[in-house]
Design a protein around this ligand. Structure first.
Ligand code: CP
Ligand code: NVA
Length: 301
């Protein structure tokens, strides 16, 4: 049976422990400029229906650095844009690849693609989640703060976004406390919150949310595909900007994460993202190290 990675629920706490251990080792090897060839002869196809910088380039770097190969397809220039079905596309790519990364819109599209694929499919961001990003985020927390378990992580802004949703889901596997600071209408579904089993506290008061936090996270207020709602979102969320005043209420050694791309002056102030408590550049680099370990797990078993 192939192992997909569409949501964090597709793997277990034990899988994540071994993926993180392997990612730490692979990062150390890379820093020593050692050559690793665990994926020699293996091929990844990455398919994008939405824009990307980090996901595109970190998956390509991960495959090549492990001795594998990769081809990347952007849907605007493929037959998907002319109406070829997602199922036919997945079946065809399965014949070329040992693993497929897919970035798309609705989760129904992701599920249909994975069902038709004969090889493992990785969610490279959908409306419902961004699980590879949250793995890199929690790996960065472990690296900077020595562990994730028991830490207080605060997510500010659009908590119903793919990033907010994947953070809620992650509490089940990484055993941390999550506080969401957002107005009504920007909360994840009640069913998702209920599945987190009491590990998530939601408040509309950003100051209450950040008290004594170990990690502060935010994401863009307008995700890809929501551009028509941008003006309303800016108005609704302006009090939730991750800025110096809120950061000062977290623990003194707290770190700041943002999956990027960021909009300085909107969801995060320039002083915070470019300041000494920001871990966003390590976070972006860690995408590659964690994805290497994930690719080994899905391709080699
Ligand atoms: N964080 C992230 O997924 O970035 P890209 O959209 O550039 O891939
Ligand atoms: N929430 C953002 C994340 C981008 C990496 C989006 O979906 O556009």
């Amino acid at each position: 049976m192939k192992q997909d990675f569409l949501t964090l629920a597709d793997l277990t706490e034990a899988d994540y422990r071994s993926i993180f251990d392997r990612a730490h080792a692979l990062k150390a090897s890379r820093k020593r400029k050692e050559v690793v060839t665990t994926l020699t002869g293996r091929h990844l196809v990455a398919v994008f229906e939405k824009a990307s910088t980090r996901t595109h380039l970190s998956f390509e770097a991960a495959m090549y650095q492990l001795g594998g190969t990769v081809s990347t397809s952007v849907s605007a220039s493929s037959q998907i844009a002319r109406g070829e079905t997602i199922e036919d596309t997945a079946r065809v790519i399965s014949g070329y690849a040992d693993c497929i990364m897919f970035r798309t819109f609705g989760d129904d599209r992701l599920q249909a693609f994975a069902k038709a694929s004969a090889v493992p499919v990785i969610n490279g961001l959908s409306e419902g989640g961004h699980p590879v990003q949250v793995l890199a985020d929690l790996f960065t927390v472990e690296e900077r703060l020595g562990g994730v378990k028991g830490k207080t992580v605060v997510f500010l802004g659009d908590c119903a976004s793919n990033m907010g949703r994947s953070f809620v889901e992650a509490t089940r596997f990484f055993d941390f406390h999550l506080r969401l600071g957002c107005p009504e209408g920007y909360r994840p579904d009640a069913s998702l919150l209920a599945a987190a089993g009491g590990r998530v506290h939601v408040t509309a008061d950003p100051s209450e949310a950040v008290q004594g936090a170990d990690v502060l996270v935010t994401d863009v207020w307008t995700s890809m595909g929501q551009e028509a709602e941008s003006a309303r979102r800016m108005k609704d969320l302006h009090g939730y900007q991750l800025n110096e005043a809120l950061l000062a209420q977290a623990k003194p050694g707290a770190i700041v994460l943002h999956c990027l791309p960021a909009h300085r002056g909107e969801e995060i102030s320039a002083g915070v993202i470019d300041g000494p408590q920001s871990a966003v550049w390590d976070e972006a680099e860690n995408r590659m190290h964690v994805q290497k370990a994930l690719l080994e797990r899905l391709i080699l078993g």
